[in-house]
Design a protein around this ligand. Sequence first.
Ligand code: ZN
Length: 153
Amino acid sequence: MELDSLYQEVILEHYKKPSHKGLTPNPTAQVHHVNPSCGDEVTLNIFLDGENVRDINWEGVGCSISQASTSIMTELMIGKNVTDAFAVVENFTGLMQSKGTQSGDEEILEDAVAFAGVSKFPARIKCALLGWMAFKDAAAQGLTVNTMSGGEK
Ligand code: ZN
């Protein structure tokens, strides 16, 4: 697999020093997602204030792409409202499905554009998307929890 060397560095940096790694208690929702084809796993906590993503933290094992992508995703999502966060997930998913034809919108995806080259490698796309799908699942569950508890804002 050949990726741009600057991008490799971004990925390696996040793999070695992941952001927001380490679970804390009492999340709004917690999910566990696995990518059996590679052996990647992520457990992700989301903390919502109403529809705002107050915090995310996670634990995971697996390849550098899955772990670095989850780390970068947390930095992007914390502080966003869920609607905006889902739009970013959509954008990243589109990039991953681009088969190497897109370089990614840095305004929206920031460091996550480092994974653009991964879209040329079908076997690795699930690695890159693992944390993002976990986030989407956790946020959806978190919103349901909030609604059931009276939709506190
Ligand atoms: Zn992987």
